[in-house]
Ligand binder design. Structure first.
Ligand SMILES: [Zn+2]
Length: 247
């Protein structure tokens, strides 16, 4: 009898300990299902409601999720407004290590391991001191933006903010935003370990971020804990140096 009581208590304690994780996973699965059911038009409403808030022209972008597939090669076209490689395409090839090459193929659609991603211009705002700043945090997009809130609620009525975080961090299936898992075109790097500074092989100037790509989005062997940072020179468009960091 005593053993049964002890077993019941142990089971109840285990269940209590597991509940937060179960709730987290149920919420995550629900948000992912909502996103998977969203139409192109619904997601486009979300993305346009973000881009329309930019006060000054954008200089960088993030790759946002869509439900479209492509059997084309992995590649990221760089929008013309990007400081590094604007108008060109970064083509990614699988190997022992992924390799990155610049091409002038005029493609407009970003494809990573069979999924199509929407190039979303990152809103840019003027600070009080007169300089401009990129806004990457999805939570700040929602402030006072009823069009965005409505567009998100049309996809998942219960979790609009979490859905937005999921849509904009393509590198990890979570509703908790982490900049490290964003695929970024230009702007500032979100470093996994610490910042790395590189110089142009031709002019010696400090290189700028061209692309940040979570390893989970790259072709070849799975690299879920890796993040790749590609750097270029504004004056020398063929310069490309890569940094890989692990979580
Ligand atoms: Zn240079």
């Amino acid at each position: 009898m005593g053993t049964v009581v002890v077993l019941v208590i142990v089971f109840a304690l285990l269940l209590a300990a597991a509940m937060p994780l179960l709730r987290f996973n149920r919420k995550r699965t629900g948000i992912m299902r909502s996103a998977a059911r969203a139409t192109d038009e619904q997601l486009e409403c979300v993305y346009l409601a973000i881009e329309s808030t930019s006060a000054v022209p954008p200089t960088c972008a993030v790759l946002a999720r869509t439900n479209r597939k492509s059997d084309g090669p992995s590649r990221v076209p760089i929008p013309p407004y990007a400081v590094i490689w604007g108008g060109r395409t970064v083509v990614i090839t699988a190997g022992d290590e992924p390799s990155f090459e610049l091409a002038d193929d005029g493609v407009t659609e970003a494809v990573l391991v069979g999924g199509v991603y929407r190039i979303l211009a990152v809103p840019r705002h003027q600070t009080k001191s007169g300089t401009s700043r990129n806004t990457f945090a999805p939570s700040s997009y929602l402030t006072g933006n009823t069009a965005l809130l409505e567009a998100l609620r049309a996809v998942d009525a219960g979790h609009p903010a979490e859905l937005l975080a999921y849509l904009l961090s393509a590198g990890r299936d979570s509703f908790e935003f982490d900049a490290m898992f964003q695929a970024r075109i230009g702007g500032s790097a979100s470093w996994v370990q610490g910042p790395v500074f590189l110089s142009c092989a031709t002019c010696g100037k400090r290189l700028q971020l061209g692309l940040q790509l979570p390893g989970s989005l790259l072709p070849g062997k799975p690299r879920p804990s890796a993040t790749y940072y590609l750097f270029g020179c504004a004056a020398h468009p063929d310069e490309l140096q890569t940094v890989e960091q692990f979580d």
